[in-house]
Design a protein around this ligand. Structure first.
Ligand code: FAD
Ligand code: PYC
Length: 414
């Protein structure tokens, strides 16, 4: 595959952009693969990428029932941070954040990583104590965050009203190297790199059954026919319960819609990301100038991949005391994605009751930030059967009561 570079842009400009090739090959399924990954979102593609890059396993197919990144990967608000409380989570999310730093160079694809900084606002005394505790934990874990004063918050975000009567800003947890990235570029960059390694990225290919013999996986049935494999990775986020059912086991997981919306574009007015978790809202400004806004999950389990009117009102109302300017903005569009939520708000990266079937799910409202780290760790799990970043996240933790409680760090109400 030809490299993207300034020279390539100049060459193509000189010939009216007639020489660009497809970013990834259009592939049809082969009869058999060493590894099949179900799910062409960021996590599935990153898993395949690291299988090839780190372990030389390249006879791999990624099967996507819709289009690449059409699930939560292309629907999220792109916030990247690693300010989690528990050691296994901090290790995994910080690995991921650090991989974002070099992702554009590693993939030769501009994912527009923008480490503009993320503040989690403390608007109650309970939150002050919680975030100060996280800042101390992060210091021990080697994750760079700091507790900042209300004045510093106001310096960073001049449009904010920090003196609200109901929810004054009492400080914040600041991660200067947190930020955002272009979500679909992450999926496209990984797909291109996978295709370049000879892997088959197959869209419009839904897995409809998981075939097993003697407790071991032997292949899948799909809308494009039967395909055999030695190992299978299930990486399907909101559809995890359903696909695990096809493989014959149950997951401790609930699927629920999470919605977001954007305003009309306006002049640059906020160059950091702000999460206000007490009122259930978060906010950043896109490169196009739109204010990107999200709130809590729907109050009931569902598979409804779209927005609903009351969410606009609830979310904007929650944020207006702290961001009065929002009351004067028109909202442009709204959408939803189905997130996969576990009881301890931590992911599952695990072997399963079916031999050679591995599962990666449970990222809930917060897995975009984890995409490269999840792929890195999941590839190791598939290739070697375990790994330092995944050992704590096995399914058995629910049976053993060894939870990794991240309900505060998850940041989004659910
Ligand atoms: P997905 O991108 O959903 O990919 C799974 C893929 O599997 C889908 O493309 C689906 O079509 C495919 N699939 C399902 N079933 C089958 C089948 N049977 N056969 C073949 N393919 C199948 N996280 C953050 O870190 N920061 C944020 O700011 C943030 N904001 C969010 C805002 C919203 C509105 C939403 C919905 C989520 C947000 N998240 C955020 C969470 C984040 O988007 C997800 O955790 C993450 O993108 C999950 O990636 P994935 O690759 O696991 O899943
Ligand atoms: O996990 O940081 C996050 C997040 C922000 C918005 C949705 N999830």
């Amino acid at each position: 595959m030809k490299r993207y570079s300034v020279f390539a842009v100049a060459r193509e400009a000189a010939r009216y952009h007639t020489g660009w090739e497809r970013a990834w090959r259009k592939a049809e399924p082969k009869k058999k693969y060493d590894v099949i990954i179900i799910g062409g979102g960021g996590h599935g593609l990153a898993t395949a990428y690291h299988l090839g890059k780190r372990f030389g396993i390249k006879n791999v197919a990624i099967l996507e029932k819709g289009w690449l990144g059409g699930g939560n990967t292309g629907r999220n608000t792109t916030i990247i941070r690693s300010n989690y409380l528990q050691d296994p989570s901090a290790a995994l999310y910080e690995k991921s954040r650090s991989l974002y730093e070099t992702m554009s160079q590693d993939l030769n694809y501009n994912v527009m990583f923008s480490p503009r900084g993320v503040i989690m606002l403390a608007q109650t005394h309970h939150e002050v104590r919680g975030y100060q505790r996280t800042a101390h934990a992060n210091a021990l874990q080697g994750v760079k965050t700091e507790w900042i004063s209300p004045t510093r918050v106001k310096d960073l975000v001049p449009i904010m009203n920090i003196a609200g009567p109901r929810y004054p800003v009492l400080g914040g947890l600041w991660q200067a190297r947190g930020g955002t990235a272009r979500h679909d570029a992450v999926a496209w960059g990984y797909a291109r790199a996978c295709s370049d390694m000879g892997m088959d990225v197959i869209q419009q290919c839904e897995v409809t059954a998981v075939r097993r013999e003697g407790g071991k996986v032997v292949g899948v049935d799909t809308t494009k026919g039967a395909i055999d494999c030695d190992k299978l990775g299930i990486v399907v986020a909101g559809n995890s319960g359903h696909v695990a059912g096809l493989a014959g086991f149950r997951l401790p997981i609930e699927s629920v819609a999470l919605q977001a919306l954007v305003s009309e574009p306006i002049k640059p007015c906020m160059d950091v990301v702000v999460m206000a978790n007490t009122v259930h809202g978060y906010l950043s400004q896109s490169d196009k100038g739109e204010m990107v806004i999200g709130g809590g999950t729907d109050g009931y389990n569902n598979y409804t991949q779209r927005g609903s009117f009351h969410h606009i009102e609830e979310t904007v109302r929650a944020l207006i005391e702290t961001f009065p300017m929002l009351s004067r903005l028109k909202m442009l569009r709204q959408w939803g994605g189905i997130v996969d939520v576990t009881g301890d708000r931590s992911p599952i990266l695990s072997k399963t009751p079916v031999e050679n079937v591995f599962i990666n799910c449970g990222w809930g409202t917060g897995g975009f930030k984890a995409t490269p780290g999840s792929g890195w760790a999941m590839a190791e799990l598939i290739a070697k059967g375990h790994g330092p970043l995944t050992d704590a996240f096995g399914l058995e933790r629910f049976r053993e009561g060894r939870f990794i409680d991240e309900s505060v760090a998850a940041g989004v109400a659910h």
